[in-house]
Design a protein around this ligand. Structure first.
Ligand SMILES: C[S@@+](CC[C@H](N)C(=O)[O-])C[C@H]1O[C@@H](n2cnc3c(N)ncnc32)[C@H](O)[C@@H]1O
Length: 408
């Protein structure tokens, strides 16, 4: 039965259950059967396929809601730049899809206000397939987990304390309109509206290649001419495959819809990995290495190290993965080992299809920085793809513990 449910979820919301591990769907079905007081699997299958509400409950139980305010900060810098350049008589239309529990959409509102836009100059639609997430977004009460990283000064300016957490102020809340909707059912979910800016971040990673291509076609249809598409770091190869042009803004993972180039969807080839997951670099302060035995800690000035890391990341962003590997190895030679460079090297090796080498590089990053979040996430994904589910689960547990310890 799990197989049939997985297939139903793929057909309905695009979820490739391999991307979240084999136990998630099984566990969700178990929980739903208990909630419905059904013990027979066939009876549950009939209930599930005959009830839109039960399907929604199951979807709510399997989706990954992971999100936080100003996730990938540079995306918001790029968004505002684009909004400024397309300022005109009508309001700028922004779509956050998927919006999960609302942090992304409210971050857009704050970024736009900070950039000097007045409330009547933009509006934000925010859509997610999970009704539970949308209800939480509308409730808009946030705790520590939604505020991550060191850039948090927006918290004092835009949030008010409320029972159980912090809530964005009335002006921010008013800018966003939430809705339950499915990316794969665009016209039912979004009407005829075309958007100037579309954030579709950290969703495509849960789809298989065929559905990623279908999703890209839906996204393209939702975007106005010259519109801006923002995707997640591990999804940055896809827009180019569909004729989008890089907005050339480091770490924003931003692409412009182009009418000039061939926009036909590429032929789907199941074996081709999505490339390249784009590195995330802390530009001002790269993680300092924990020196390995017999290895000197770097003595070069920090900004030189940063510049060099950014160079690797830029080359990787441009899709030149072989060259990025060479530059990363040269960086290692010049500046010595660090978690950041091993993580970047792992990403480009991963993108180049060199899975064993990538796994080794992620492990080296984790040796130097045991709680390196992105290295944990990417190594877990890699192990899962290789069929090492217990290894992936162990890393997921480690990530969970690291997050709990740091309060994120
Ligand atoms: C990891 S969150 C990403 C949230 C936010 N965009 C971010 O990057 O922080 C993924 C969200 O995708 C939603 N989702 C999954 N499949 C979807 C679909 N077919 N259409 C719309 N939303 C979907 C899930 O409910 C979940 O809230």
């Amino acid at each position: 039965m799990t197989f049939a449910v997985e297939k139903l979820l793929t057909e309905t919301i695009g979820l490739d259950s391999a991307s979240i591990g084999p136990t998630v769907v099984r566990q969700a079905v178990k929980e739903r059967m208990a909630a419905c007081r059904i013990t027979d699997t066939q009876a549950y299958w009939e209930h599930l396929t005959g009830s839109a509400q039960e399907l929604q409950e199951l979807i709510d139980a399997v989706v990954i809601p992971e999100t936080w305010f100003f996730r990938d900060r540079e995306a918001f810098t790029m968004l505002v730049r684009h909004a400024r350049s397309s300022k005109r008589a009508q309001p700028i239309r922004v779509l956050s899809l998927p919006c999960s529990t609302g942090e992304e959409a409210y971050s857009v509102a704050m970024a736009m206000f900070d950039a000097g836009f007045a409330a009547h100059e933009f509006n934000i639609d925010a859509v997610d397939v999970s009704s539970r997430n949308v209800a939480m977004a509308e409730r808009a009460v946030y705790r520590r987990n939604s505020f991550r990283g060191s850039y948090l000064e927006f918290k004092d300016r835009y949030f008010e304390a409320t029972g159980g957490g912090l809530r964005p102020n009335a002006a921010v809340l008013k800018q966003v309109r939430f809705r339950v909707g499915n990316l794969f059912d665009p016209r039912a979910s979004f009407g005829q509206e075309l958007y100037d800016i579309l954030l579709c971040r950290n969703l495509l990673i849960y789809f298989n290649r065929e559905l990623q291509d279908r999703a890209m076609i839906c996204l393209k249809d939702l975007l106005a001419k010259d519109g801006l598409l923002l995707v997640g770091p591990a999804e940055a190869a896809l827009p180019r495959l569909h004729g989008f042009i890089s907005a050339e803004w480091p770490l924003a993972f931003a692409f412009l819809k182009s009418e000039r180039v061939n926009t036909a969807a590429p032929r789907v080839s199941a074996g081709i990995p999505v490339r390249p997951p784009i590195p995330k670099v802390n530009r001002s302060k790269p993680a300092l290495p924990r020196p390995a035995i017999g290895v000197q800690a770097p003595t070069k000035p920090l900004d030189q190290v940063s510049e060099s890391l950014i160079a690797v990341e830029r080359i990787a962003n441009a899709g030149r993965v072989k060259e990025a590997q060479e530059v990363a190895l040269a960086h290692l030679k010049t500046f010595g080992p660090s978690a950041e460079i091993f993580y970047l090297l792992g990403l480009v090796q991963d993108a180049d299809g060199a899975a064993p080498e990538a796994a080794q590089s992620y492990r080296k990053a984790l040796y130097l920085a045991p709680n390196h979040r992105e290295a944990l996430v990417h190594l877990a994904l890699l192990l899962r793809k290789q069929g090492d589910h217990s290894g992936a689960e162990a890393l997921a547990g480690r990530l969970d513990r690291a997050q709990k310890r740091s309060g994120t």
